[in-house]
Design a protein around this ligand. Structure first.
Ligand code: GDP
Ligand code: MG
Length: 438
């Protein structure tokens, strides 16, 4: 895996924050989100969005900082395990802390998407998402579920960080957050991609071993649905299974007593050997080039810049006065999906037109009109090929909007072409005048 961007930043950027007034509302910091997502060289890449969600003080930000270490390490130390860091290196990145106070509130993104290459040589951008808000002691249920639901909708890998075990409550909460998942499935496709139960401080190693191996056996026990089971319990399990493409579980040992100390810096020396070995198993399994999971919505890859619309639409619906229905979320997804398709079509149009318009010679109106027709046809083809959600009417309406936008682009090209023509004529006239006067 190659890493193109070595991050100089030193904290997560809050992009979704609690709104004023103490209610369950959240606000989107659009400027901050733009700075993260709309970066040249990154915005067009497929996004891999890894989120860690769960109750506060569960070690979420702490583990994310190890993800960062891995992602920003050179390939040789990713392979050798050297990425874990030096024995006395303080753990930095997303802010983590001891004590009982909450730290992250809302959704924080790592400021620079990290560009890496998949095993088939394709570049993708990894976004790390730190969240806070699952059924904390002093938050309303509405507020908590909003953050969990938002991060599940936007991520391609949702890491559900749990303390000690997978409890019935944890499964019920998950069902609540993923209600939309059932609606969004078309054919064999599931609404969400990877769900990883990350159980921290696993204490029954003799029963289920640390790592994926014990995690799998614990998970099959917890997610088992049996014919004589209480129908509600069965429904929760069936629902969760039907929403995610892949569900895994990893059992993490306790990091050691040093975490309780006030001057704990998170350096390796202070962490138990078992905890380090677990990190060496877990982290590469999420990010090695064979296993990166680009974000898909309705089977289409989502590009980094398209995430902006998804954030906007989802925050809006969660801020509406009524608890969002699964159908509202579906509509928001469909709208953002259409915007992404039409943006891809506009890019295809520009890619055809720019070389013509920026060529050495200006074009006649007729040639320009022909170029426009060809570029428009290729844009419409891209739009048609993208898989879309939603009603046929919405799909057609968006297409008509797109055609209007392309027509407006043509007018713009015509003006700059005319200016070029005038410049060429005036240069030719000057050259002629000079020749005549000589
Ligand atoms: P967050 O609120 O979930 O983001 O939690 P933080 O990452 O800020 O960590 C809260 C505290 O838990 C810090 O003092 C960490 O040192 C400590 N911590 C980190 N990982 C673990 C773990 O696996 N188990 C335990 N018991 N504590 C941890
Ligand atoms: Mg945190």
């Amino acid at each position: 895996m190659s890493v193109a961007s070595e991050s100089a930043a030193n904290a997560g950027v809050p992009v979704v924050r609690p709104g004023g007034g103490g209610g369950a509302r959240y606000e989107l910091d659009e400027e901050a989100l733009r700075r993260v997502l709309l970066r040249p060289g990154v915005q067009e890449l497929p996004a891999v969005v890894v989120s860690v969600a769960g109750a506060y003080r569960g070690g979420k930000s702490f583990i994310l900082d190890f993800f960062l270490r891995y992602l920003t390490a050179p390939p040789c130390s990713q392979q050798s395990g050297g990425w874990l860091g030096k024995e006395d290196e303080q753990l930095k990145g997303f802010h983590w802390r001891g004590g009982g106070e909450r730290d992250t509130t809302g959704i924080h993104l790592w400021p620079e998407p990290i560009v890496t290459t998949t095993s088939n040589g394709e570049k993708v951008a990894v976004l790390l998402m730190d969240t806070q808000g699952t059924f904390d002691s002093d938050s309303t249920i509405g507020q908590n579920s909003t953050i969990f639901a938002l991060s599940t909708l936007i991520s391609s890998v949702q890491i559900y960080n749990l303390s000690g075990n997978i409890k019935e409550d944890d499964l019920q909460h998950l069902q609540l957050f993923t209600a939309y998942g059932k609606l969004a499935c078309e054919g064999d496709e599931k609404a969400f991609q990877t769900l990883l139960f990350l159980v921290r401080d696993w204490a029954s190693e003799y029963e289920h071993a640390y790592g994926y191996c014990g995690g799998d056996s614990l998970l099959s026990k917890r997610l088992q649905s049996k014919p004589n089971q209480n129908p509600e319990l069965r429904e929760v399990r069936d629902h969760i299974r039907s929403c995610f493409d892949s569900i895994k579980c990893f059992l993490m040992p306790h990091p050691g007593l040093a975490v309780e100390k006030q001057n704990f810096t998170g350096c390796l020396r202070e962490l138990r050997e078992e905890f380090r070995s677990a990190l060496l198993e877990l982290v590469p399994s999420l990010f090695d080039s064979e296993r990166l999971t680009p974000k898909l919505i309705n089977g289409e890859r989502v590009r980094v810049q398209d995430l902006f619309d998804y954030f906007r639409k989802y925050v809006d619906i969660y801020n509406s006065d009524e608890a969002p229905e699964a159908t509202t979320i579906y509509k928001a997804t469909a709208d953002a999906c259409l915007l992404a398709a039409s943006r891809a079509a506009s890019s295809a149009y520009a890619a055809c037109m720019e070389p013509r318009i920026n060529g050495p010679r200006s074009l006649s109106r007729r040639v320009l009109a022909d170029a426009h027709a060809a570029a428009r046809a290729s844009a419409e083809k891209v739009y048609a090929q993208k898989k879309k959600l939603g009603s046929q009417t919405d799909v057609q309406d968006r297409l008509q909007e797109l055609i209007k936008e392309l027509q407006a682009s043509l007018s713009h090209y015509e003006l700059s072409n005319d200016a070029n023509v005038r410049k060429t004529v005036s240069l030719a006239r000057k050259a002629y005048d000079t020749t005549v006067s000589n």
